[in-house]
Ligand binder design. Sequence first.
Ligand code: TZP
Ligand code: MG
Length: 210
Amino acid sequence: MSPYELYLVTDDNQDLDTLINVVTQAVAGGVTMVQLREKHHNVRDFLYRALAIQPILRANNVPLIINDRVDVALAVDADGVHLGQSDMPVAYARRLLGPDKLLGLSIESWAQLEQAKHLPIDYIGLSAIYPTATKTDTQYHWGLEGLNAALADYDKPIVAIGGIRPDNLAAVAATGVHGIALVSAICHAPDPQQATRAIISIIQQSRACM
Ligand code: TZP
Ligand code: MG
């Protein structure tokens, strides 16, 4: 199983108690990686939120990835960083992080995918597969066709993100993509643990049909 298989990205609008509850339940349900994505909190609260969820993740051997901020990741000794195209260039992030931390990069176009082939990253986030209300400024929508073409073109692990929900999940998983990243399908589920279990079962069934 890929370590990226079910990659939870947290919802920056959820308060600390909700964040802890969602992460606890998602881990109990079987997510394989968690990215803390903070767009509204200051750096101090970002760091405290990372420290709040880190023990849950460590106890379950689930890697913690920090979105955007290399400094926060280093300060809390997270397992990796996920960067976008306007964040610190990955070559510099790699210098700070050293060889062992995971480093992911969001890819929003074919030109960026081409450039990514030469970068010191561990995986890419293919953004966005479908339009999504969670992030309304997505530049390009890959769809299943784009995802399949990217999988054929790029050697490192690909995590699909954006607009993936229980009803379109099976088709995305059936492409053989290494990981599926979700925000709302888990964070907004009435029962995140049950939702996570159901999602994993759909992913495993789709893979079994490949
Ligand atoms: N990057 C590209 S789309 C997205 C991010 C963080 C949001 C995905 O959220 P959802 O609710 O799983 O569509
Ligand atoms: Mg970013």
